[in-house]
Design a protein around this ligand. Structure first.
Ligand code: PLP
Length: 385
């Protein structure tokens, strides 16, 4: 089996499992407990926070552990917008892009539905990129928050986050970015990016599902989303997932080791794979930006097929991939991301995403490209009269 769905999730790395194991077994304490078991759990949590901070170029106090990317996005979008409006009732708009993950998009829609905010959606170009001009046109004096993702989960397009963040912040508007797909591939230094908030998720990096973090720049106002015992300095209540935090810290640290070399090796393999698929499948359309894309993602539309049929055929041939985001899988609707890029509904239904982790080899991708050719060919043959 060749696994080309790493953007959906990754297996837990052995080093990560070993690092977290003590906090699931002998050192199982609750960090809020005042006995020695609690103390060692609190120390482990502090250690994890201290390890995540340099990876994000921030202070440990600016790291909020969450249950994953979805919660980090919810906390940033709802928490910052609600806190800003509480401080100034005129701030009742949020800006997002047309290609956000549902965790951001639905958080913005919740603000609209339940709290009376207006949502301004910044369009993208045909590569899925938000331009500085398009963001500038969407920002208003009433904008409470702008949230534009770092790298797209369906097509891999990378946004010019530093320039977008600089624009928003120059107008006094906090800027959040969903870096769930970027983590492990692109620089996450929040000082260089100039963002006020950034979300990451452990399970895309070799940590277990259900671990994540939000970087929140100090002095950024935040209304908590989950209320309770005041953990995470009141920003996220609930007994901390100590093992999950240790896992995230370990996975992130490992991902940063030789990140640049790994990213360029995988980008070269990705480019080879794209060339092979385009040579073998006439009419294959690469979606997303040709160069400003994640090293780990190659996405196509295959005219004359249905993406779901190609997936099934590929799985039969031993290649696992997806038709877009795992969240949209099973939905009959064409991907809103592809539609926002100007791709017609019919072509959008033919989308297939291949995403790799750093263990991918040239031989696997060669085999996968041959399987893609065979799968598309047989689906097209079935569809033709
Ligand atoms: N944001 C993006 C861009 C994603 O790709 C995902 C997961 O696929 C998420 C957010 C949600 O993260 P999680 O699965 O940790 O909730």
């Amino acid at each position: 089996m060749i696994f080309l769905d790493a953007a959906a999730t990754t297996p837990v790395r052995r080093e990560v499992l070993e690092a977290m194991w003590p906090y699931l077994s002998g050192d199982f304490g609750n960090p809020s407990s005042h006995h020695s078991l609690g103390g060692s759990a609190a120390a482990a949590l502090a250690g994890a926070r201290a390890a995540v901070a340099p990876a994000l170029g921030c202070r440990p106090g600016e790291v909020v552990f969450t249950s994953g990317g979805t919660e980090a996005d919810n906390l940033a979008v709802k928490g910052i917008a609600l806190a800003r409006r509480a401080a100034d009732p005129r701030l009742d708009r949020v800006v997002i892009s047309a290609v956000e993950h549902p965790a951001v998009e639905e958080s913005a829609r919740y603000l609209e539905r339940v709290h009376g905010f207006a949502v301004d959606v910044v369009p993208v170009d045909s590569y899925g990129r938000v331009t500085v001009e398009a963001l500038a046109a969407a920002l208003r004096p009433e904008t409470a928050l702008a949230s534009i993702m770092y790298a797209n989960n369906e097509v891999g397009t990378v946004q010019p986050v530093a320039r977008l963040a600089a624009l928003a912040r120059a107008r006094g508007i906090p800027f959040h970015t969903d870096a769930v797909q970027a983590a492990g591939w692109l620089p996450l230094d929040t000082a260089t990016l100039g963002v006020d908030a950034l979300s990451i998720s452990g399970h895309k990096l070799g940590a277990p599902k259900g671990s994540g973090a939000l970087f929140l720049r100090s002095r950024t106002r935040l209304e908590p989303v989950i209320h309770g015992g005041g953990q995470e300095r009141g920003r996220r209540s609930g007994t901390e997932n100590v093992a999950g935090a240790v896992a995230l810290a370990t996975a992130l640290t490992l991902a940063l080791t030789a990140q640049r070399d790994r990213a360029s090796r995988v980008a070269a393999l990705r480019d080879g794979f794209i060339r092979s698929v385009q040579a073998a499948v006439p009419g294959a359309v690469l979606t997303g930006h040709p160069s400003e894309r994640l090293p780990s993602v190659a996405s196509f539309c295959f005219p004359g097929t249905s993406g779901e049929s190609v997936l099934l055929e590929l799985e039969r041939l031993g290649v696992i991939c997806s038709s877009g985001s795992a969240c949209a899988a099973g939905s009959d609707e064409p991907s809103p991301v592809l539609r926002a890029m100007g791709i017609g509904a019919e072509l959008a239904q033919t989308a297939v995403r291949f995403s790799f982790d750093s263990t991918i080899t040239a031989a696997e991708l060669q085999e996968a490209a041959a399987a893609v050719c065979a799968a598309v060919g047989s689906v097209q043959a079935l569809g033709s009269p």
